[in-house]
Design a protein around this ligand. Sequence first.
Ligand code: SME
Length: 160
Amino acid sequence: MAENLTVLDSTSSKTDRYESLLPQLKALVTGESNVVANLANLMAALKQSMDFFWVGVYFVENDSLVLGPFQGPVACTRIGFGKGVCGSSWKEQKVLIVEDVDAFPGHIACSSLSKSEIVLPAFKNNKVWLVLDVDSEKLAAFDETDQKYLGEVIKIIESL
Ligand code: SME
């Protein structure tokens, strides 16, 4: 694995920051087979590189999502199927972008500081294996650029 992370600051565009980060994420997980170790480092690198308030994964376990590796404030440990943004992404098996979490029916507020959110499902054997959840303290922080590049992060996660 690579041991250093080169981080572009917020004067760089979001696209440039993701473009710089993605090969580094791939290098981070190369040669390590432990899934939790790899997810932990991926979440740390994402938090270190982007202006995210919270970034982490929730694993599908029976009828719930269960908190996995994350970076940010402490969070809810379990989320039901179809509940909140994460449970809805799992149920609908698709990416959800929420510009204003207060306007999302059933949003689960782990922190009142979180204002917008993107959740992407990752699949294993054609079933949702986990969801990647990213929160921002800013309204409408996530767009198609995040969907595209976090989709690339999902491909790395699915390859673990
Ligand atoms: N807001 C999420 C819950 C997880 S936390 O944001 C970390 C939701 O509504 O599913």
